[in-house]
Write a protein that binds this ligand. Sequence first.
Ligand code: KIV
Length: 262
Amino acid sequence: MNKKIKKIIQKKNKSKIISLTAYSKSIAKILDKYVDIILVGDSLANVLYGHKNTHEISLENIIQHSLSVKKGINKSLFVVDMPKGTYKNAKSALKNAKLIMKKTRCDAVKLESNRRNFKIIEKLVKKKIPVMGHIGYTPQFKKKFKIEGQTRLEINILMKEAKLLEKAGAFSIVCECLSPKAAQIITKKISIPTIGIGSSSYCDGQILVTDDMLGLSGFYPKFVKKYANLNRTIEKAVKEYSRDVKLKKFPTKKNFLNGTKF
Ligand code: KIV
């Protein structure tokens, strides 16, 4: 087993797993110092490309951004999301997962569960492709946002799903928007780590979309803590630049290029 994956699994019940998303080298380089897992998520579609959901991102697109992210990673586990439609059956899943692994040199791929694709995940794992699962609110398969696992029946269904993912060989599971009770029970009952997003502190680790927590995406649901307000910072800088150019305050002689000094 990949040493980095082993380390992530060993963190269960010992220390929290810290994860964030990245779409570029510059961001990945900063995250790498402080996180255990960097995910090139298909949230790339809405966050960066302005699509209304995650469905319109292509395999080529995600590979392109992953190539950039890879350049910024030194130590973190590097996971790449498989876009919608790229793992409809075992054959296409294997072909596309192999392509992602080969081109991006990532450590693992992430697939959303639709409660029917356990065999596909099992096949990938058997072919030595590490898989991170994803349950709860799975944007590739669910049209309407809903907090998952609010009744005993729903918790039992999610539990069964998590167990089947574990059995299929997934090394961890992203739990998106689960009720605290569901997150607590599932985390306790499975032996692989749960990584929560909007799923309380009961999970073994946490993940957020970096652009959300930095205050850049404009999407701030209750489960996101805004650690910065980059929108405001960027606007302030751009406003100042605009004013400087208009008033001929930039560039000054300090910025002129002369001789050989760059
Ligand atoms: O695409 C993504 O950013 C994700 C996170 C919600 C975990 O899957």
